[in-house]
Design a protein around this ligand. Structure first.
Ligand code: NAG
Ligand code: NAG
Ligand code: NAG
Ligand code: NAG
Ligand code: NAG
Ligand code: NAG
Ligand code: NAG
Ligand code: NAG
Ligand code: NAG
Ligand code: NAG
Length: 342
């Protein structure tokens, strides 16, 4: 690089730096108003935002700005996690139209989730977990095409899971566990081709597991324990070869445990305990990464053999309770060096 071009480069860098610090980059009034309404309803009474908030760190509590043009900046992140806030989520949050991340997790927020959140068309992360939110999950959230992570874990959300969530096209994490969600698991969730984590445990979901979920070929974690699910494992689940965790204990599932689980070769956790499955457990000697195997209450009148575990060298936690198993415990169990819970 010649002397001329490198000094030109420095010139442009300085130009860029000075433009970043221009004093006329203001937050638009609509966003300032929205921020002040939101803060007041979150119980942050002393907080005052102004059109200077993007430039002055002392006025930027809980916010980050971006998209700074010559005269304006926009709020992209609003985060107040774990601050013991007692209040409600203002519907005016939808006026922060450039928002990418909204994190109000770990507070004591009550009331419901505003339907207007569905208008945040750039939102990528929505985390409202660990609060006291009630009412339904708004179907409007299904229109946020940019959403990658939705955390609503541990609230008091009820009613059924909206089918509209199946329209999300970028979602990787759907975490809705520990709520009061009822009704069936929507088949439409199987349309979220990007989904890697599906967490619905400890709700009141009932009915069969929809076969559409078998389309989730990127799924790594499936948490569905402690619900009221019935019926057999759908045949389509044989496609879920990327699973690391399959946790379904504490439901009313029935039928045979299908042979195809031996094709989930990356599995480390398999929890089927506390259902109405029939034995035997298929030959799972292919599951060499298995660390955690919980099975109980298998029906079989004639007695079942001990499962094939000699290849599962990482086995850490093994529960085989009330499984009609007869015969001897195989000697290789003594060689499973990681096993600490039997
Ligand atoms: C939010 O936007 C709506 C509609 O654009 C407007 O009527 C309302 O005044 C705004 N609220 C605040 C607090 O800015
Ligand atoms: C910023 O706010 C101040 C005080 O409220 C006001 O005087 C000023 O005109 C505003 N500037 C812009 C660009 O909106
Ligand atoms: C703001 O949110 C975006 C999207 O979630 C994230 O990638 C980014 O790291 C956040 N920025 C800051 C400064 O926290
Ligand atoms: C969402 O935006 C549309 C169009 O801008 C508006 O008509 C509607 O009232 C907004 N919905 C909510 C719930 O804010
Ligand atoms: C959900 O909870 C709200 C508030 O507690 C209640 O009014 C409503 O009837 C509940 N809905 C369902 C479907 O359980
Ligand atoms: C779950 O199923 C059990 C047994 O079938 C039933 O007693 C219970 O009321 C159900 N609970 C819910 C929330 O549906
Ligand atoms: C298991 O995981 C590896 C990456 O860790 C991946 O390449 C492989 O495709 C997975 N196996 C299956 C059966 O999907
Ligand atoms: C289980 O499967 C493995 C490999 O597929 C095979 O070597 C073994 O003999 C099988 N065990 C039984 C009891 O069928
Ligand atoms: C053992 O499993 C059978 C069949 O699933 C069930 O009917 C029975 O209640 C279980 N017994 C105990 C002690 O849990
Ligand atoms: C009981 O298990 C044996 C294999 O151990 C199997 O052949 C038989 O079909 C099972 N019986 C029932 C009723 O599921």
């Amino acid at each position: 690089m010649g002397k001329k071009s490198s000094s030109l480069l420095i010139f442009f860098l300085l130009l860029q730096l000075s433009s970043k610090l221009r004093s006329d980059q203001h937050l638009p009034k609509s966003e300032v108003d929205a921020l002040n309404t939101i803060a007041a309803l979150l119980g942050l009474k002393q907080l005052r935002y102004s059109n200077d908030s993007c430039r002055n760190p002392l006025l930027a509590d809980g916010i980050k700005c971006d998209y700074c043009g010559s005269t304006t900046c926009h709020v992209t992140n609003l985060t107040f996690p774990n601050q013991d806030l007692t209040g409600v989520i203002a519907q005016e949050v939808a006026n922060l139209t450039y928002l990418k991340e909204l994190d109000l997790s770990g507070n004591q927020l009550y009331g419901s989730i505003p339907v207007s959140l569905g208008n945040l068309s750039s939102l990528s992360i929505l985390d409202l977990s660990f609060n006291y939110l009630i009412g339904p999950i708004p179907a409007s959230l299904g229109s946020i095409q940019s959403l990658t992570r939705l955390y609503l874990f541990n609230n008091f959300l009820n009613d059924s899971i909206p089918q509209a969530l199946g329209a999300l096209r970028s979602l990787q994490i759907l975490s809705l566990g520990q709520n009061r969600l009822s009704g069936r698991v929507p088949d439409e969730l199987g349309n979220i081709a990007t989904l890697e984590f599906l967490g619905l445990k400890e709700n009141r979901l009932s009915g069969d597991l929809p076969k559409g979920l078998g389309k989730l070929s990127k799924l790594r974690s499936f948490y569905m324990s402690s619900n009221n699910l019935t019926g057999e494992l759908p045949r389509s689940f044989s496609n879920l070869g990327n699973l690391r965790v399959f946790s379904l204990h504490g439901n009313y599932m029935s039928g045979h445990i299908p042979d195809f689980i031996n094709s989930w070769t990356n599995l480390s956790t398999l929890r089927l305990m506390g259902n109405d499955f029939e034995g035997p457990l298929p030959n799972i000697s292919t599951l060499i990464w298995l660390e955690d195997l919980w099975v109980s209450d298998l029906r079989n009148s004639t007695g079942l053999p001990f499962p094939q575990l000699s290849t599962s060298k990482n086995l850490y936690s093994l529960i085989l309770r009330n499984c009609s198993i007869s015969g001897q415990i195989p000697p290789y169990i003594g060689d499973l060096s990681s096993l600490t819970y039997l």
